[in-house]
Write a protein that binds this ligand. Structure first.
Ligand code: PMP
Length: 354
């Protein structure tokens, strides 16, 4: 959806990599994450400081093949025993409040790890009774777009992964710089370059950062340097942009326009309910802004029990609420598709009536 913007930026967001360059597994410098390109690390810090969405001081940055790889690296880091400790007898529970990002359960369990296992809803989890856990806190949340905090009861024996993929000013007001032990960000949702497969983790504890780096070493011996260099250039173009060509101004307006069209399309239609968000003060734009999530979390009302099948009959593809741990009366629909697909979607949605 941001393609038009990046076309306009032309050379400023392009790179050429000669055949002889960036051939080694290793990167320069003495950082814990030994395969991270320093240009990328610098641009990550620069952008966070500009946007004000995360504290970077005193943080180790770990780069990953998307934040997906970093999610697995973080599970490994929190659950793998230290050399001086014995293997824990039970896999640690990985939990998240409903509705949660549909990939978390499958990514957690697909290898049937002995270290961790999916534990479901974090709201009903009690750290004292149910044992150690890793809670995933996604804010703003995928699928419903609401801002979130940890919800586990008695949470002193837990670890937390803050998935902040959508904590950018085009999706939600930036109210303060996030300051967690471990947070994840991704190029996919910030600038739209999902295909570059670059994410980064901001990590307080050097031991955790080391274990995450070890996981990536075992998994893929590092992260594509070509991609890291491209990501660095893209982030640089965002930070360098003048007021007229500012990326977040553009992306905020595209999202605002889409949400407006969407609300108009279902206005007065008793079949559907949309989430309602209150505006908040955004320190980046220096004014109140409205949350405008990357996904529409839609509820089908009345008789319609299976909202995804109902929409499919009207040629709209969505993901059922069941995949997010809740009722099939809910569906998630992407708001980030191309302009053409989005307009088709709006047209089809507005033509549905009782
Ligand atoms: N976390 C959340 C909450 C997401 O929505 C997504 C993408 N759908 C990811 C992580 C994975 O993103 P990446 O492309 O960085 O692997």
């Amino acid at each position: 959806m941001y393609e038009r913007y990046w076309r306009k930026r032309g050379e400023k967001a392009s790179i050429t990599i000669p055949g002889w360059q960036s051939m080694s597994y290793f990167s320069e410098g003495e950082k814990i994450c030994w395969f991270m390109e320093s240009e990328l690390a610098e641009e990550v810090v620069r952008l966070h400081n500009l946007v004000g969405n995360a504290v970077t001081e005193g943080r180790h940055i770990v780069v990953g093949t998307g934040s997906s790889q970093l999610f697995l690296a973080a599970l490994y880091a929190f659950s793998s025993p230290s050399p001086s400790h014995h293997q824990q007898p039970q896999p640690i529970s990985v939990i998240s409040a409903l509705p949660y990002y549909s990939s978390y359960p499958s990514m957690t369990d697909y290898q049937k790890s002995g270290l961790y296992k999916w534990g479901g809803d974090a709201e009903t989890y009690d750290g004292e009774k149910d044992g150690p856990f890793i809670e995933l806190v996604t804010s703003p949340n995928n699928p419903d777009g609401y801002t979130r905090e940890s919800v586990v009861k008695n949470n002193t024996h837990g670890f937390f992964i803050h998935d902040l993929a959508y904590y950018w000013p085009h999706y939600t007001p930036i109210s303060y710089p996030s300051d967690h032990d471990l947070s994840l960000f991704t190029l996919s949702k910030s600038t739209g370059h999902a295909a570059t497969r670059i994410g980064w983790a901001l990590v307080k504890d050097p031991v955790v950062a080391k274990k995450m780096t070890k996981f990536i070493e075992l998994n893929t011996i590092g992260v594509s340097k070509d991609s890291q260099l491209r990501a660095a250039k893209i982030l640089k173009a965002v930070s360098d942009s003048s007021e007229e060509e500012a990326f977040f101004k553009y992306s905020y307006e595209v999202m605002a326009q889409r949400w407006k069209q969407l609300r108009e399309a279902v206005q007065g239609n008793a079949l559907f309910t949309l989430p309602n968000f209150s505006p908040g003060f955004c320190t980046f734009f220096n004014r109140h802004t409205h949350p405008q999530p990357a996904f529409l979390w839609l509820k089908c009302e009345g008789e319609i029990e299976d909202c995804a099948s109902f929409l499919r009959q009207h040629k709209i593809l969505s993901r059922s609420g069941e995949r997010f741990g809740v009722s099939p009366k809910y569906v998630r629909i992407s708001m980030l598709d191309t302009d053409e697909n989005f307009m088709d979607f709006i047209e089809r949605l507005s033509s549905i009536h009782l």
